[in-house]
Design a binder for this molecule. Sequence first.
Ligand code: ZN
Length: 282
Amino acid sequence: MHIANLSGRLVLIVDGLAVDVEKASSGRFAADPQAVYEEWEEFRAWAAQARLPEGNPVDPARLGAPAPAPRQIIAAGLNYRDHAAESGFALPVTMPPVFTKFATSITGPVTDVVLPPGGHTDWEIELVAVIGTRAHHVSADSAWGHVAGLTVGQDISERITQLEGPAPQFSLGKSFPGFAPIGPYLVTPDAFDDPDDLALRCTVNDEEVQKSRTSDLIFSVPELVARLSSVIPLLPGDVIFTGTPAGVGLGRDPQRWLAPGDELVSTIEGIGELRQRFVAQT
Ligand code: ZN
């Protein structure tokens, strides 16, 4: 199953067309895309047997984030070996470093992003998982059952804010407005041949800068859910950025930062793409 946020309303994507959930369910499920995670199991059961009307074409520019207002956004760092190496860090053993991207940074999949003046703004393609049912002290074996679905994310990062000061400042450096685009769809785990092995890549102005597979994650989605849930309850609709592979601008020689006019395209197999254009602050 694919769902999306089309102009602020929850839709099911059927054969590439959008079916409005609130209308198709005669009001049983709300139009608010964030609200569906509170009733995720009921929604899945309804969607599996619903007789749906013909859908409407989707304009990608009208898509919002599939989880636009989560209570918690949890992001993992150093979760691919090659990215930990390019960053100059040892591999995490029991838990990756964890930070948040503040919720005001979330946007839909196709956006213009204002570059913070004087900053060093970088890209990080990431698989993003959205929680469907509350997970607290869950095992990795049962963790996929708590995940509503997967989507594409960009953990856009301003490296000066992130790294200056006596200790790194990950959450602020990664939370400027527009720095957490997610989308275009939320795809349920059963819709993939193998949800633990998805190709991901991103390009800057059509030049490939990152390419990997999620099977290279140090902590897979179920491992991350299990380990995070050993500390914090994960709530319906929470968003988890799972970490980025090698190829970010920070790890290059010479280092490279996004500039006005650059276009960043981030793609994950079986989900779709994000498209960000960077603009100078006026
Ligand atoms: Zn990241």
